[in-house]
Design a binder for this molecule. Structure first.
Ligand code: MRU
Length: 358
């Protein structure tokens, strides 16, 4: 069985709404959030009702369509200036995933290139672009799954695969990136046994990845993040695969906090560590990972994440939401255009292009 409710979808025409599956509440509650204005989309992204690099890009693109609604009865120029303002605003909702600014740049281009049309026609073009970003992401997920499963064709049946955070259908417009590879391996009767890091502090692994894997009847075992090295040492992990939020020109990759530690453990146990990500996750404007902005989130997520206090009141907390895995620890990056083994700038440049696909 696949995910019963879509991660996000647009309902209606240019005057429609953005409907999100509220990921803050999963897996105990399955509720929808209906966004009718830009502020609600900004909050949904910031508070992680919608999360995962590709999904927040798609949500922001639809958010621009909501922002356009208030200028439908004006002229083209006020509409364009409204779109500029909405794009700037939504870009501030989260800093690390480049898919957000990538999607907003596409929406901005549609608005800037409009001429000889009225606001309603521009709104139609914006909605068509948001829908295209969504549909292309779904296709990229499928292609990533296929390329990843081809790469791993020699993996033994029943191999242990460790993943961190959630890079599945909940994080994308399709069936995921890292999880797409795992789903495709399962489709090819490889019977992967997945070790799921719980992913402190917001438990995307425990709450979301296990939920997705169990819906598809894929064998999975939840572990505390701190158990990853132990299961590797016990010979239970043949491969690690995660998603990414931003990949620099040299292949350094930011992903959920804890990914770097997993990559270090994998290297020290001789286990291949792969990143699966669409080319929209690459940021070729930055040379290396030291320039990737790392989101800092509230300490409350660490000391009182799900309602119960777990540390003394007033304790100082440092809560970076992401970390950066250096390219030398990455065995390969699985993209929709193919696999970049042992990524370097020289290997990435021929495949990934600044404006998207070649
Ligand atoms: O804070 P989150 O839940 O948005 O973090 C998500 C991740 O780190 C994912 O691994 C990444 O966005 C890739 S999703 C295909």
């Amino acid at each position: 069985m696949t995910q019963p409710i879509p991660t996000l979808h647009w309902q209606g025409d240019i005057e429609g709404t953005l409907v999100l599956l509220d990921q803050k509440l999963l897996p105990t509650k399955t509720e929808l959030v209906v966004c009718t204005n830009v502020d609600e989309v900004w909050i949904a992204i910031q508070e992680l009702s919608v999360r995962g690099a590709p999904a927040i890009g798609i949500a922001a693109a639809y958010g621009v369509c909501l922002g356009a609604q208030v200028a439908l009865d004006t002229e083209l120029q006020p509409m364009q200036s409204r779109i500029r303002q909405v794009c700037d605003y939504l870009a501030e909702s989260r800093p690390t995933a480049v898919n957000l600014t990538w999607a907003l740049a596409r929406m901005r281009t549609v608005a800037e290139q409009a001429s000889d049309c009225n606001p309603r026609e521009l709104a139609e073009a914006l909605l068509a672009e948001a829908r295209a970003i969504h549909a292309e992401d779904a296709q990229m997920c499928a292609d990533i799954g296929r390329h990843g499963a081809d790469l791993l064709a020699e993996l033994p049946v029943g191999a242990g695969i460790l993943t961190h955070c959630n890079a599945g259908a909940l994080a994308t417009g399709g069936q995921g990136t890292a999880l797409s590879v795992i789903f495709e391996l399962a489709n090819r009767d490889k019977h992967p046994r997945v070790w799921v890091d719980e992913t402190r502090p917001l438990l995307q692994g425990a709450r979301l990845t296990t939920w997705e894997l169990m819906q598809r009847d894929i064998e999975c075992t939840l572990i505390c993040d701190s158990a990853a090295a132990h299961v590797m040492a016990a010979g239970q992990v043949q491969l690690v695969i995660t998603g990414a939020d931003r990949i620099a020109a040299n292949g350094d990759a930011a992903n959920k906090i804890g990914t770097y530690g997993v990559a270090v453990h994998a290297r020290s146990h001789g286990i291949p560590f792969y990143i699966a990500a669409p080319t929209s996750t690459f940021d070729l404007s930055i040379a290396n990972g030291s320039q990737i902005p790392i989101e800092q989130r509230s300490g409350q997520e660490v000391v009182q994440g799900f309602g119960t206090a777990t540390a003394p009141t007033g304790v100082a907390v440092y809560n970076p939401a992401f970390d950066m895995t250096p390219a030398e620890l990455i065995s390969g990056i699985i993209t929709e255009l193919g696999v970049i083994l042992s990524p370097t700038q020289e290997r990435i440049a021929p495949i990934v292009h600044p404006g998207g696909k070649k």
